[in-house]
Design a protein around this ligand. Sequence first.
Ligand SMILES: Nc1ncnc2c1ncn2[C@@H]1O[C@H](COP(=O)(O)OP(=O)(O)OP(=O)(O)O)[C@@H](O)[C@H]1O
Length: 729
Amino acid sequence: MPSRQFPSSSSNLFTKPKFLFIALTISASVVIVFSILYFLYHLWLSLVHRAKTIPYDASAPLKLQRFSYKDLKLATNGFDTANVIGKGGSGTVFKGVLKDGKFIAIKCLDSLSLQSEREFQNELQILGGLRSPFLVTLLGYCVEKNKRILVYEYMPNASLQESLFGDECFGLSWERRFCVIMDVARALEFLHLGCDPPVIHGDIKPSNVLLDSEFRGKISDFGLSRIKVEGEFGVDLFSQDLGKSQDLWKSQDLSGNLTVETPVIGTPVESVSEVDFALALQASSSSKNSRTCLNGKALNLNSLNYNANIVGESESRSLDVKGKEVSSFDMFVPYDDEFCSNDYSKDLAVNNACLVDDEKENGKKWGKDWWWRQDGSGELCSKDYVKEWIGSQICPSNADWDDDGIANTKNMNSIQEKSELENSSPIDKGNNDAIVNGTRLHVSATEDTDNGVVDMKEVNGKKNQKKKKKMKKNRKMQEWWKEEHLDELSKKKRNKLRSLETKWKKGLKLKVPRFGLGRRFYLCESDKNYGGEEGPNECEQNGEFSFRRGWRKKSSRSMGSDMWSGDLFSRELSSTTSMRGTLCYVAPEYGGCGFLMEKADIYSFGVLMLVIVSGRRPLHVLASPMKLEKANLISWCRHLAQASGSNILELVDEKLRDYNKEQASLCINLALICLQKIPELRPDIGDIVKILKGEMELPPLPFEFSPSPPSRLYSRSRSRRKQKGNAEV
Ligand SMILES: Nc1ncnc2c1ncn2[C@@H]1O[C@H](COP(=O)(O)OP(=O)(O)OP(=O)(O)O)[C@@H](O)[C@H]1O
């Protein structure tokens, strides 16, 4: 028995630890298995997530080819002007053929400036890392000395701009137009939802939609685009200037040659100080008094006066503005092309007067300056301010004002002209820049801009006779400026300007604002005699202008928040091609709160849709007074949507004999929804694509486009309240 007990006790002794060992092993393996499963699950999740989006990974190989200048010279036959296929605000585009017979588009950025450097980097960093059938492919680049060249896939049917408004208008059919709308929507869908982090294009407009051999649209020009940093409310414009983008550039390890080129590419951030002109305007227009500053009559007539005096070529104009008396601002008037004939200006002045009377007598909805005011925000203060601001910067030493140098800066001729201009004096320069105390103001009323349409057939015959008169008239403009504007400046505004100037002088050691290629304002030393000769890159090195810091504090939605939108700019500065985006296409909040969000692209897409459907530019003024009310496309569209009994399809391009009414109406209504002023109310691009595909219902039109506009109700109730208040008093 004991012999039996021993083994049993000994087996107990051995089984217990064995059991424990087995139990521990099993539980450990279970834990390990679960951990592995957990890890695998997360790996799978991240892979699935990655599969849906394309992370913007700067370290990912860009696969961009580095071209030598020699290769590109060869491809373009020595950059022959015959190979020029377009000219934008930042450079000239050539068509080229590679040795293997492949066609390419070569964009030579204008002389190295902060702006072109920024655009160059943006294109490489953003577009270079993206591949989509809805985006133009960036094939490579060339960096040699101060040359910055971008090489793209060649798009045989040029841009939508040319197809809609070019000399050789292809007359895009409705089907093609709708396809292009879809393509742009899909491109934005890819950028906003398919990329991680999302990319905001920031400059959606017809000239940035290129057409392939089958007229399918692809988005190009990422010069102003931004990567949305996760967790941000939006993309902070101010933190994304070159200073930061350069840091980004450095911190991001772009592959191959690009990394090597980093120090070469990077121009010192401090080399040029930028003035955020948008904010300058905003500051002036955000005042509560802005409504009272509205002087529609003066503004309209002054603009007309001005335009009457700058008789010029229908396609482009050049003004060398000299003398303190010139209202530089008026060079931005949106409809200068239309009014460059005295006759027309008179007609319009008369028409304006009639409209004033009409408004007074009949209380008509379309007032004389409806297209200035549009939404009644009364932001024309900004115009006064600009007059004041720029006017004060005009160098008295430039005693002459000559716009005789008006030149045709039409696409193909511009290169030759440019070289001529660069060798000529400011007076001789026949470009579309105006020089104000060395400040070059881009006055692009060229036919290739998106805004400021010209319908000048009847004017051409009178041009030669008027040329002689022009000089005299323009001299009179100096007087005009003195009388009409300097005197009308209020004390308050003068003080504002003075404090502004003091700020500049303190912080920036006497600098004056300077415009660069119609995109930016630069600050340069005022004690230099620029004479229009120096490029922005010759400006003194300095940091950001304090405008930004000052105005960033402002609330996100101010009276001036619309200043960048088509609403305001179409009536004020539409001849300026682009600063932060392109006038008339830029969302109101872009200049208002300083954040660029996806919804800014949605706004621009709304404008683009209207432009495609109507075949008109956002600002399209014809000489005929009958058509005046249709000048501002967005305003006209809103009016049609609001007015009961009017047909929204009136907007559709008259050239389109046959079109799908349902689709056209869908596009117009969708555009109206995209054009809502509050960004949050605009649909996101995912919904837009679904709506266009017919997979989702169009949401009901916002209240503001209902037949009884709330503004009316509001003003009525306000006036009632006022009456009540008066009665009580
Ligand atoms: N890849 C391309 N293929 C064919 N044509 C092109 C290509 N890229 C640009 N172009 C032509 O060159 C023109 C100028 O393009 P670019 O992007 O330089 O300026 P933009 O978009 O018109 O103006 P901005 O740069 O001021 O926004 C376009 O309108 C188009 O006609």
